[in-house]
Design a protein. Structure first.
Ligand code: SAM
Length: 282
């Protein structure tokens, strides 16, 4: 039974962090001529209206993208991401926010391809309506974790995967880590981004512990929390574990996060960009 709907949360601080990391990673992958796949295990609907009753009910975007999209003096690392948001919205009103599939579809080249999974029947149909016209895109109404494993290794031998579940079930935390480890065993050179919410710090420690046991080298953790940790009282921040991150990513996020923190939380938030497992030595 799926009750989570991303329309209530589109454009919040967690979306902003995740989508900045996504854009930087996809941008980096285009430095090589060779095509690649973008795999999105939990795709959502692809495009959100910020004047919908869902978005207006929580107004989460007012603590996220609204604080960033029209700011000046933006760090270089954010240019492409913010240009995409501006492309969707005529200033001065912020009315639309893109989901990860829309962002990828607008960053990727003609030769790259997208494989999207969305299990919620209504959101699956909306995703098809929003992006189904694009010949590079295949959309499956299937469990994204199983679907991911079925795609690996990709025929392109290059792929960027975003794993972005709603963590509705407590078992999701363990399931995503075991899927990530299996995915890495099948295709070790791909880039994998696993998003997580900061709700209970202990859960993140458990995820890190499991990743350390996996012996996967060079896992980058990027986390931004506008609020102090406050176990059990909602989401205070979010983060991503990135396996095989582009080598520029850590530096780009280190330089952008103080600015993001200033815009979103008057510099009262906290962030980390750190390798939780040692980088590969060659
Ligand atoms: N990645 C999207 C973005 O950044 O715009 C947001 C995704 S939202 C956090 C999670 C989505 O996963 C929801 O739309 C939900 O319906 C869907 N979902 C939940 N369980 C799923 C599963 N097992 N397989 C695929 N999709 C699932």
């Amino acid at each position: 039974m799926l009750s989570y709907r991303h329309a209530f949360h589109a454009g919040n601080h967690a979306d902003v962090l995740k989508h900045i990391v996504l854009v930087l990673t996809l941008e980096y992958y285009q430095r090589k001529d060779k095509p690649f796949w973008y795999i999105d295990t939990h795709a959502g609907v692809g495009l959100y209206h910020l004047n919908s009753s869902e978005a207006l009910k929580t107004r989460e975007f007012t603590h996220g993208i609204q604080n960033l999209w029209s700011a000046s003096n933006t760090p270089d690392a954010l240019h492409l991401y913010l240009n995409l948001i501006r492309q969707l919205n005529a200033q001065p009103t912020l009315e639309h926010y893109p989901g990860s599939p829309w962002i990828a579809a607008n960053v990727l080249r003609k030769t790259d391809q997208l494989r999207l999974f969305e299990l919620h029947p209504t959101d699956f149909t909306a995703l098809e309506n929003n992006l189904g016209y694009d010949k590079r895109i295949q959309i499956s109404k299937q469990d994204g974790l199983k679907g991911l494993l079925g795609l690996l290794p990709p025929i392109t031998r290059r792929a960027v995967t975003l794993i972005d579940p709603s963590y509705e079930l407590k078992t999701d935390y363990a399931d995503v880590i075991s899927t990530l480890i299996k995915a890495h065993q099948r295709f070790a050179t791909g880039t994998y981004m696993l998003w997580y919410p900061v709700i209970e710090r202990q859960r993140i420690k458990q995820m890190i512990h499991a990743l350390l046991q996996s012996k996967i080298a060079g896992i980058l953790q990027i986390e931004y929390c506008p609020l102090a940790d406050n176990a059990g009282i909602g989401m205070t921040g979010s983060g991503l574990f990135v396996i095989n991150p582009p080598w520029l990513l850590a530096g780009q996020m280190q330089s952008a996060l103080p600015w993001i923190n200033q815009q979103m939380a008057n510099s009262t938030g906290h962030f980390t960009v750190t390798y939780i497992t040692p980088e590969k030595t060659t």
